[in-house]
Design a protein. Sequence first.
Length: 71
Amino acid sequence: MRRQSKNLKADFNTTHSDLMRDKLMREISDYERQLAELKLNGAQVNFTMIQTYKDLINARQAMLKRLPVHY
């Protein structure tokens, strides 16, 4: 029978997680800004682009929630 390791640390790279979190936060911020600009463009409302930005924001927020949390 194999012995189990006493080292029970989580097996993920926190630096990689932090970098991914920062990237997702930047992208969410950028898409929210672009969405706001698109909504302010009163002459032509492009509902397809508005929905696309909302989908992009929601997808990145979901990815952000799935990242491991560490303290």
